[in-house]
Ligand binder design. Structure first.
Ligand code: BGC
Length: 735
């Protein structure tokens, strides 16, 4: 293959030579920064050969790839006409030298777009997306994405393969860490926030980059949580569950999307004309481009769609997939497919137009190079670290707090135990970009900084995250016996979640559970701190823990916020964006299930049918009292304006933030609907003793209406319910 690309490159260089003197005479329109983008694209496409067009539709790699899934794919010799590169370096120099080659050695000087997986930070790593969702603070997530954009763009990356907005209801699937939980609307709100953070108002700015909604679509439905496998998604569920976040992300202006690996009910995502052309391009009018997931075009062979790589290229391209990431299917076969009439030139032009449009919008033609700066001017800026800490604090969820054991006051002797206490790596989480374990403040250090002046801390690891070595148990028990309180830091290793990291059980390894039972012998209060990338099965740990704080994988700056919550300096405000099942056997379990014909029957005989911690659960150190939910009307007609308000009073003695979740339900509908659906949420800080008002402006079509199996929205007359914190308000929609 490489040989072929080389030959192609050399042929193109020949053409360069013959045209360069002519081109020098006048500046071509496509190079005129003042001309409208569409005119510049017309001009450029009119000058391109088929070979040049084809190369624009391919993505290779540059630099060393650290992701285990992609190892061994480094491209040493890249043709100067290549459309895109995944850039694995942290400094701009390598990019600039490659870009120089594209600008100066190719005939037309089309800049390369450099992409990278900056998923929850580029170098200043902040919490995993699942944790971010638990903050219910899209504004803060937008700020974090802006930090990521600034670090990435200044390091030579124009485009991030983020956000991942795959609704996921099976926590065995390792990639639940990368998305915003089980709810479609929540994923949509955070999709829009991320897009705003990455792209800003003008993605050509030196601190912004292009976003990529992924993995379009339905990847989160992977059967039994196994990665890369088949997804069975009805047309109805495709629309009401999986497409909504993408629609919201596209509306927010996402420049690109990534096609998915999964086979959706018989038509793989990467060869699916209905989702890529009909929905995305025709109905939603998206004018950017779609890149395939890594090798997804070639994998159409494994999925049993295409017999050859050439067929795979034809299926994917004709379905509307513009850019081939690392399959080498388009670079090898598109030209031939055009010549054989199996792919039209018009479609090639349209695809190239979309890729060029994003490059123009990024300002790459005007500023192809990244200014070289010091790493210290790019990473860990004080403002970036503050955002990382604030997001970590707000993403943490206090799951249990018996007898107000937290916050810890008057504790003079604190035992800190567990495999996560002095651990950097595992706090970063999967897809941690250029993050390093040495960047991470360890939990023990955060606790020392928080409590050190007033209390003595002693540490014992107790055990490793997995294995059978119980030799550390005795030492840990000694420390526990000495202490006034035991803080046990347990959890999952970084590699246990993320891509290709499914687990058959969501329980922690037995050795970690046994460690807590051992520590319990000391008779001291046990505070469990959990570091993990998915909801966990906690039914054996819950009874032996007095308090449980879920801190997810909080990134570089999560230790002090965690300690601040334990000390009471910070009042926890996170709430779960994904259900914690009682046990793995309950999966899938999520709040917005459809109703059963026998709601009073059908429960498990051996365990509870309720989750251990439901969606939206999260405790605070203060108390909130909800007033009566008041709608502006109880009878409405189509087109009417409707709103609802509720007051929330902080009846406790300290300030705290509360998130109000507004759900609706439609008790009877010609298509059955979930028991309740989240339609709006808002987080506000409420001072002790004060009362705040929360408001939901209801758009009847959007919030009461529903889509059918072809995405047509309808609104039926009848009764609707607005649900807030145990209250139900009935609204009648009359024709
Ligand atoms: C993953 C994507 C990622 C891509 C590029 C794939 O294996 O599924 O999420 O963006 O690699 O690294």
């Amino acid at each position: 293959m490489r040989k072929k690309v080389l030959i192609l490159g050399l042929c193109l260089l020949g053409v360069t030579h013959s045209l360069s003197s002519k081109d020098k005479k006048s500046i071509p329109l496509y190079k005129d920064a003042k001309a409208p983008i569409e005119k510049r694209i017309d001009d450029l496409i009119s000058r391109m050969t088929l070979e040049e067009k084809v190369l624009q539709l391919n993505q290779y790699t540059l630099g060393r790839n650290n992701n285990v899934n992609n190892v061994g794919e480094e491209v040493k010799k890249v043709p100067s006409e290549i459309g895109s590169l995944i850039y694995f370096d942290i400094n701009p120099e390598l990019r600039n030298s490659m870009q120089k080659k594209a600008m100066e050695e190719s005939r037309l000087g089309i800049p390369i777009i450099f992409g990278y997986d900056a998923i929850h930070g580029f170098r200043t790593i902040y919490p995993i997306s699942l944790g971010q969702a638990c903050s219910w603070n899209p504004g803060l997530v937008e700020q974090a994405c802006a930090v990521s954009a600034q670090e990435a763009r200044m390091s030579g990356v124009d485009w991030t393969f983020s956000p991942m907005i795959d609704v996921a209801r099976d926590p065995r699937w390792g990639r639940v860490a990368e998305g915003y939980g089980e709810d479609p609307y929540t994923n949509g709100v955070f999709a829009a926030a991320s897009v705003r953070g990455y792209q800003g108002d003008d993605m050509s700015a030196e601190n912004r980059m292009a976003a990529c909604l992924k993995h379009y679509v339905g990847y989160g439905a992977s059967e039994a949580g196994r990665d890369y496998v088949y997804t069975e998604i009805s047309a109805q569920t495709l629309w009401d569950t999986y497409l909504l976040p993408y629609e919201m992300g596209v509306k927010a202006g996402a420049a690109t999307l990534m096609s998915s690996f999964n086979d959706i009910s018989g038509v793989p995502g990467s060869a699916n004309p209905y989702i890529m052309t009909e929905i995305l391009k025709k109905r939603w009018k998206h004018d950017g481009f779609i890149v395939s997931d890594w090798g997804a075009v070639e994998q159409l062979k494994n999925q049993g769609l295409a017999a050859t790589k050439k067929d795979a290229a034809r299926y994917a391209f004709n379905a509307g997939l513009e850019m081939d990431m690392m399959s080498h299917a388009y670079d090898r076969h598109l030209k031939e497919l055009v010549e054989e009439g199996k792919v039209t030139m018009a479609q090639v032009d349209e695809s190239v137009r979309r890729v060029l449009r994003v490059k123009f919008r990024l300002g790459l033609f005007e500023r192809p190079y990244t200014p070289v700066t010091n790493e210290k001017d790019r990473f860990f800026r004080p403002q970036s670290m503050a955002v990382a800490a604030q997001l970590a604090a707000e993403s943490m969820v206090l799951l249990k707090n018996d007898n107000q054991i937290l916050p810890l006051t008057n504790k003079k002797k604190i035992a800190v135990v567990g495999p996560m206490a002095k651990n950097g790596w595992d706090l970063l989480g999967s897809w941690c970009g250029h993050g390093k374990d040495t960047d991470v403040e360890m939990l023990y250090d955060g606790l020392t900084a928080e409590f050190g002046g007033d209390a003595e801390l002693r540490y014992a690891m107790g055990c490793k995250p997995q294995g059978n070595d119980r030799s550390g148990f005795a030492g840990a028990l000694d420390v526990a016996r000495w202490s006034d309180v035991v803080i046990v830091c347990l959890g999952e290793m970084l590699t246990w979640s993320g891509e290709n990291a499914s687990r058959s059980t969501i329980a922690l390894p037995q050795i970690q559970e046994e460690l807590v039972k051992e520590l319990k012998k000391a008779g001291k209060p046990v505070v469990l701190v959990l570091v993990n990338g998915r909801p966990l099965e906690l039914n054996r740990l819950e009874p032996v823990s007095d308090a449980i704080l879920e801190i997810w994988q909080p990134g570089v700056n999560g230790a002090l916020p965690m300690a601040g919550i334990l000390s009471g300096r910070i009042n926890p405000s996170g709430k779960l964006a994904m259900t914690f099942p009682y046990s793995t056997g309950q999966i899938p379990i999520y709040y917005n299930r459809r109703k059963s014909g026998r709601g009073h029957q059908g429960f498990y005989k051996d365990i509870t049918s309720d989750p251990l911690y439901p969606f939206g659960h999260g405790l605070s150190y203060t108390e909130f009292k909800y007033g009566t939910v008041t709608p502006s009307a109880t009878k409405v007609k189509r087109g009417d304006k409707l709103s609802a308000e509720v007051t929330v009073t902080n009846t406790g003695s300290r300030d705290g933030a509360e998130t109000v979740h507004w759900f609706i339900s439609d008790p009877y509908c010609s298509i059955t609907r979930p028991v309740k659906e989240l339609k709006h949420f808002e987080k506000q800080l409420i001072k002790a003793g004060e009362t705040n008002t929360f408001r939901f402006d209801i758009d009847l079509e959007r919030d009461f209406g529903f889509v059918n199996e072809d995405g047509k929205r309808f609104l039926e007359a009848g009764e609707y319910h607005i649900l807030v914190q145990g209250q139900t308000v009935k609204i009648e929609l009359i024709d």
